[in-house]
Write a protein of this length. Structure first.
Length: 399
């Protein structure tokens, strides 16, 4: 049987890969193997997928690299889930960087950018030569995933890149002709963005993000309808605010941020709801963070992480956000969407420019935007499972 190697790290990226790998496995078209980076490994194993990690490809000749990796690991903040895998990833990636840039430049780059300096093409060449996949499927992440695509090109292995959001930063490499044989993107606006960067018309395909297919499952839609009935929201305009924090400075370029922005925006939303007789505000708290203070009024509802998100998005009418991915997910589930501008992350989440937000406003414009859109009908959504099926169809072209 043919073999497809998926490369993904944790968080939302492994959630894009899981439905693809499982659908491929069920189809019998090829055998999926997941090169699961960092926290992706336990997620992929829990799905009963064939998982490999960087540490599986260490040889006796890598002792110096492993020692280097353990040294780098000692400087990490926070817990390390898998010490042997982390040492292997750091050590081999840093060794690749030294071989490519020279020790002095490599060490300077790591001091300045940390793991963002890595592009471990030699390590991915090693892995691909051992596994010999018939097709590589990688996400749009900038390190091992990007290195995997470059290594696949060197070995004449077809490659497909699945982009989670807008490719704002990743266009630097995904926009280059020859980077992967096929690019799968979330909507036509992203496709046009990559075509303008130099990609060929046949190389970029609108598929959607498989990680979002769950949003429109029958269970999610029915759960949202039940939630509206249970809460007595049938004749209400229900808003959702996913709580966020704003840094004092952008973590990468140092641009000054306004940490008061989320609270000021939420205050405007609260004030608007208090003026309406038929409005409800749900506030979705972030995991591990203190909840914001809300009025002691049944129209204000805490919908924390214990509330499943997909049904909630089918129970509300509108999401208002700065740049939370929940806003994008709300749009895909049919909610109206208002984006509040002023964050240092505006450029990374251009929801209005990409046809997803109904309106983008500053804090002062929140009330008028909610007047305009809170009563608008929900948008029509794509069928459940559509993105997974479309990406799988593109994969089949290379198998």
């Amino acid at each position: 049987m043919k073999k497809v190697l998926f490369v993904a790290y944790g968080s939302g990226h492994i959630q894009m890969v899981l439905p693809l790998a499982l659908a491929l496995k069920a189809s019998g078209l090829a055998h999926p193997v997941v090169l699961a980076l960092t926290t992706a490994a336990p997620v992929a194993r829990a799905a009963n997928l064939d998982v490999v990690q960087v540490a599986d490809f260490v040889t006796d000749a890598d002792q110096a690299a492993l020692a280097l990796g353990r040294t780098l690991m000692a400087d990490l903040t926070g817990p390390v889930a898998d010490a042997s895998e982390t040492a292997a990833y750091l050590g081999l990636s840093m060794t690749d960087l030294i071989e490519t840039e020279g020790r002095e430049q490599a060490e300077a780059a790591y001091r300045q950018r940390g793991r963002q300096a890595f592009l471990p093409v030699p390590t991915l060449l090693r892995i691909l030569r051992v596994l010999q996949p018939d097709l590589l499927v990688a996400t749009n992440s900038p390190r091992a995933e990007r290195a995997a695509v470059l290594a696949a090109r060197e070995l004449a292995i077809p490659a497909l890149c699945v982009v989670d959001l807008f490719a704002i930063d990743e266009v630097q490499w995904i926009g280059q002709p020859g980077y992967a044989d096929r690019i799968c993107v979330i909507n036509e606006s992203v496709r046009q963005f990559l075509l303008a960067a130099g990609r060929g018309a046949g190389e970029v395909v609108v598929t959607g993000n498989p990680g979002f297919d769950r949003l429109n499952s029958a269970e999610a839609v029915e759960g949202g309808q039940r939630l509206r009935i249970e809460k007595g929201w049938q004749d209400r305009r229900v808003l959702l605010w996913p709580n966020q924090v704003e840094p004092a400075a952008h973590p990468f370029d140092g641009r000054v941020g306004d940490p008061t922005l989320p609270a000021r925006a939420l205050a405007q939303v609260i004030a608007w709801v208090q003026r309406q007789r038929d409005a409800v505000l749900c506030v979705r708290e972030r995991a591990g963070e203190p909840p914001p203070v809300l009025p002691a009024d049944p129209r204000f509802v805490r919908t924390g992480q214990d509330w499943p998100l997909a049904p909630l998005l089918h129970a509300v009418n509108l999401v208002v956000t700065l740049n939370s991915t929940v806003g994008l997910e709300g749009h895909l589930a049919g909610c109206r969407l208002v984006q509040v501008l002023g964050s240092v992350f505006d450029a990374a989440m251009p929801l209005a420019r990409y046809g997803m937000a109904d309106e983008a406003v500053d804090v002062a414009g929140i009330g008028a935007a909610l007047d305009a859109w809170s009563g608008a009908p929900r948008a029509k959504v794509r069928e459940h499972g559509g993105a997974t099926a479309r990406v799988l169809s593109e994969m089949a072209r290379f198998l």
